[in-house]
Design a protein around this ligand. Structure first.
Ligand code: FMN
Length: 322
């Protein structure tokens, strides 16, 4: 089994972001300093039926290690079976999603819905733990609670620890908040004080200074970054620079251009040209945010027929040259 400290001891995690953190973006973040990567959430139902589409989400490149597969579902033996299937791919850990707030997930009793039923959540951890035996680490990612009036992250986290989780990750927001408002980092600090197992802190880390503050204010073992890394995968490197030397190099236009090209080239290794052309549109929204002339640039990119054309548009763009 992978040494737990290689996952949790002062590591920088790239958060799972469905629709964004595919193999290309994960590897890009790794090249720019991310330590631990995890898949987009994978349906345990789909996996236990071994559908081809679901299996695609489980695939990872050895270069991505240490790497985890995140599962969502609500039925203990289905999740246990899915975890067993994952073992064939030899991930470093399995992560259980108990934090997704999205309607189509919670209405099936999965994701954050499990926070309303801590006994079922603990049973899931117990069964998945048994299925994994000592072959693979097990983590759970969850939120502060369902709503402001039902904050149960402390009892919930302690129950999952008791049920056999090796580490936990808290995104300090409720389901009803979705992604709005501010993450309440004091909750991460409070949970950290009560747990014996490592805790990953998550929510609203957008700058190197944020990452440093999250660590020092809460004592969390590692920091997970999601939206802050979109269009800025170099954030991980900057966090490490700040930690080492007290300062970091600001991103330059050269770095931006080089990273966008690197992203496109990596994406083409894993997906067909027409899919990359379509998917790069949303990724490029983040890379071009705030650039003068960014909106015209995005319009042109949205009409590009292939990735070579996207590269041409970007190379010729004033926005990238300023
Ligand atoms: C577009 C999008 C997709 C997400 N997909 C997942 C997912 O598949 N699994 C998961 O546990 N969390 C998912 N999340 C939540 C993030 O992992 C993270 O917890 C949240 O965005 C807060 O962290 P941040 O402020 O650093 O982004 C998603 C969030 C966004 C915005």
């Amino acid at each position: 089994m992978t040494d737990l400290s290689s996952l949790t001891n002062d590591k920088l995690w790239l958060a799972p972001l469905a629709g964004y953190t595919d193999a290309a973006f994960r590897q890009l973040c790794k090249l720019h300093g991310a330590d631990v990567l995890v898949s987009e959430m994978v349906s345990a139902d789909g996996l236990s039926r071994e559908t081809k589409k679901t299996l695609q989400y489980v695939f990872f490149d050895p270069a991505e290690r240490p790497y985890g597969i995140q599962l969502f579902g609500s039925v203990p033996d289905v999740l246990a079976k899915a975890a067993e299937i994952c073992l064939d791919f030899e991930p470093d850990f399995i992560d259980l999603n108990m934090g997704c707030p999205v309607r189509k997930v919670v209405k099936r009793g999965a994701g954050c819905s499990l926070m309303k039923n801590p006994a079922l959540a603990a049973l899931i951890v117990d069964e998945v733990r048994s299925a994994l035996a000592e072959k693979c680490c097990l983590g759970v990612k969850f939120r502060s609670g369902w709503s402001e009036g039902s904050l149960n992250y402390l009892e919930f986290g302690l129950a999952l620890e008791e049920a056999g989780a090796d580490f936990l990750c808290l995104h300090a927001r409720t389901q009803t908040q979705m992604f709005s408002g501010a993450a309440d980092w004091s909750q991460i600090g409070r949970l950290k004080q009560r747990l014996r197992i490592p805790l990953i802190g998550n929510g609203d880390v957008k700058t190197p200074e944020d990452a440093q503050r999250l660590r020092t204010e809460t004592g969390c073992d590692s920091v997970m970054i999601g939206r802050g890394a979109l269009g800025k995968p170099w954030l991980f490197d900057q966090i490490k620079q700040l930690e080492r030397s007290g300062d970091y190099r600001p991103a330059t236009r050269d770095l931006l251009l080089e990273t966008v090209f690197q992203h496109i080239d990596l994406a083409l290794r894993y997906k067909p040209e027409h899919v990359v052309t379509r998917e790069m549109r949303s990724q490029l929204c983040f890379y071009t945010k705030g650039l003068v002339g960014g909106s015209e640039l995005r319009q042109a990119i949205n009409h590009a027929e292939n990735t070579a054309r996207i590269k041409e548009i970007i190379s010729a763009s004033e926005a990238f040259r300023l």
